[in-house]
Design a protein around this ligand. Structure first.
Ligand SMILES: Cc1ncc(COP(=O)(O)O)c(C=O)c1O
Length: 461
C-alpha cells in the first residue's frame, strides 16, 4: 500500500534529512510509512476495536491547569478593598519575602511574568560581562550565548531581544537538560562565550555541579531558568539559587500560579535594586521623571501577587499531588516498552511538574512530522507520540509532544547547535521524536488516570 505524504511534510524532509535527524530513523520511518500495510493516521479512536469499552472522560483532564484555593480571593479582595491594585502593595512585598525565604536566595523581585524576568536577567548579565550598551543597542549585541536546547521558547528569546546569538547545547539523557559534555565541546568551539542560560525541564534539576564548574573554568555567568521547577532541589538546595541570576514563573500552567507573574532571584542587593528600577521605567530619585537608563514596564501587580500569596501555602501540596501523578503513571505503565522522564534520584528532588514518557526505539511505529502536520502508522505492539496524543485527545485528555528543541525551530535554524560528539546522535531530536508529555493535572483523580493509562496500553495493542 502506498501513502502520499502531505505536501507540507514532504516540503520539510530535505531540512530534516540534512539535519541527519536521529541517525536515519526519519528516512526509515518514511520508507516504512510508504511500504508497510496497516492502519494509518487519522484513526477514529472512539470506534476503533482497539479502544472498545473506553468512554471519553466526562471532565477534560488538562496537561497542567491552575488550581485555586480560597486564600487567593482573600488577598485579591484585600488589595481591592484597600485600593492597592497597582504595582505597589503588601501582596508584592509579602510574596517577594516568602519566595526568597522558601527558595533560599537573598533577594527576589516580583515581575509581570517569567519571560520579562528572564529578559532583565539576561540584560543584566550582558551589562556585567560586556558593559552598558549605547542607547538603542542590546547588551549582548554580536555576542554568542550558550543556551539550553530542549526547553520552552521563552528561555532563549531574551538572548535575541538583547541582540545576542543563542548557540544551542544538546540535551543529556539522565535529566533531559543541557549536556555538560556538549557544553564543554561548545567552549572548545567558541572559547569567548561568557554567558550560559540553563533550564530545569519539566521540574527536573539539571546537572548543576558539572555545568557550574565548566562555567567557572571559562569565567562565564549562568542565568538559571527555574520557571518550571519551583520547589525542586539539587543536593539539598532549591532550584532558583544556582544561577548568577535566576527566575521563576507563575504562569497559569505552573506548579503554583498568579494567573501570570514571574520573579527575578539573586544574591546581591544592588542587582535586585537594579532590576526593580528597570522594571518600573528606570526612574531616578528625582522630583520629576528623570531617566539615565532604558526602562521597562515589567513589574508585578499587587492583584497578581495576591493570587500568588494565596497559592504559596499550597506549593508543597501541589508538588505531592504531581508526584502521585508521576508515580501512578510509572507503576501503571511499567509493563510497556516506555520509560518515564528521568531524574537524578541520588542528588535531586524534582517538583514533578509534568510527567512524561519516552517510547523505546524498537517499540516506535513509523511517525513522520513536518513543520505543521504529521503521519504515523499504527502497528501491533508499537506506538508513537502522535498516536498516543490523538488517542488521549479523543477521550478528552490533553497531552503534548515533548518541547521541540530550539535548534529544530525554523526561527533558529541557522544558529549553532553543539552535540556532545560530532558523530553522536542528536539527543534532543531523539527525545522529541519519541517523547510525550502526559496529562499531568494535579486535580486528576486516580480513576481518571487509570483510564488514561488504559488508553496508552491500547495504543500498543
Ligand atoms: C522553561 C520556561 N521558561 C520561561 C517561561 C516563561 O514564563 P512566563 O510564561 O511566565 O513568561 C516558561 C513558561 O511559561 C517556561 O516553561
Amino acid at each position: 500500500m502506498k501513502i502520499a505524504l502531505p505536501a507540507n511534510i514532504m516540503g520539510s524532509l530535505g531540512e530534516f534529512q540534512s539535519d541527519s535527524l536521529v541517525n536515519g530513523n526519519l528516512v526509515r520511518d518514511i520508507k516504512e510509512l510508504n511500504c508497510n500495510d496497516g492502519e494509518v493516521s487519522k484513526i477514529d479512536f472512539k470506534t476503533s476495536p482497539r479502544f472498545a469499552g473506553i468512554k471519553p472522560l466526562e471532565k477534560k483532564v488538562w496537561l497542567a491547569s491552575p488550581t485555586m484555593h480560597k486564600e487567593e480571593r482573600e488577598w485579591v479582595d484585600e488589595a481591592i478593598r484597600t485600593n492597592w491594585v497597582s504595582t505597589v502593595g503588601a501582596n508584592i512585598n509579602e510574596v517577594e519575602k516568602q519566595v526568597a525565604e522558601y527558595v533560599g536566595c537573598n533577594y527576589s523581585v516580583g515581575l509581570s511574568c517569567g519571560t520579562t524576568a528572564l529578559h532583565l536577567a539576561v540584560r543584566l548579565a550582558g551589562e556585567k560581562i560586556y558593559g552598558v550598551p549605547k542607547v538603542g543597542h542590546g547588551s549582548l549585541e554580536g555576542r554568542r550565548v550558550f543556551a539550553a536546547d530542549m526547553t520552552f521558547f521563552a528561555t532563549v528569546n531574551p538572548i535575541t531581544y538583547e541582540g545576542g546569538e543563542p548557540v544551542f547545547i544538546d540535551t543529556e539523557r539522565e535529566t533531559w537538560n543541557m549536556d555538560p559534555a556538549a557544553l564543554e565541546k561548545a567552549f572548545e568551539l567558541y572559547p569567548d562565550v561568557k554567558l550560559i542560560v540553563i533550564a530545569h525541564l519539566y521540574g527536573t534539576p539539571s546537572k548543576i555541579d558539572e555545568i557550574r564548574s565548566i562555567a567557572d573554568a571559562h569565567g562565564a555567568l549562568i542565568v538559571e531558568d527555574a520557571a518550571e521547577s519551583l520547589g525542586a532541589s539539587y543536593k539539598g538546595k532549591q532550584t532558583g539559587t544556582f544561577g548568577d541570576f535566576s527566575i521563576i514563573s507563575f504562569n497559569g500552567n505552573k506548579i503554583i500560579t498568579g494567573s501570570a507573574g514571574g520573579m527575578f532571584l539573586c544574591s546581591d542587593k544592588s542587582d535586585a535594586d537594579k532590576i526593580r528600577k528597570w522594571s518600573t521605567q528606570s526612574r531616578e530619585a528625582a522630583p520629576w521623571y528623570q531617566h539615565e537608563e532604558l526602562g521597562y514596564n515589567y513589574r508585578m501587580s499587587n492583584i497578581i501577587a495576591g493570587v500568588i500569596r494565596g497559592q504559596l501555602p499550597h506549593l508543597e501540596e501541589h508538588i505531592a499531588q504531581k508526584k502521585a501523578v508521576f508515580e501512578r503513571y510509572r507503576d501503571g505503565l511499567a509493563d510497556l516498552p516506555i520509560k518515564m522522564n528521568p531524574f537524578d534520584a541520588e542528588n535531586s528532588v524534582p517538583n514533578y511538574w509534568l510527567s512524561c514518557m519516552i517510547i523505546d526505539e524498537d517499540a516506535m511505529t513509523p511517525q513522520v512530522r513536518g513543520d505543521m502536520d504529521f503521519m504515523y502508522r499504527s502497528e501491533h505492539g508499537k506506538s508513537c507520540p502522535q498516536e498516543i496524543l490523538e488517542a488521549l485527545s479523543a477521550f478528552n485528555a490533553e497531552g503534548r509532544p515533548v518541547w521541540k528543541p530550539m535548534h529544530m525551530q525554523p526561527i533558529y535554524e541557522n544558529h549553532g547547535f553543539v552535540k556532545a560528539s560530532d558523530d553522536g546522535i542528536d539527543v534532543g531530536a531523539d527525545i522529541f521524536r519519541r517523547g510525550v508529555c502526559l496529562p499531568s493535572d494535579n486535580k486528576m483523580t486516580a480513576e481518571e488516570q487509570n483510564v488514561l493509562i488504559e488508553i496508552i496500553h491500547r495504543c500498543f495493542k
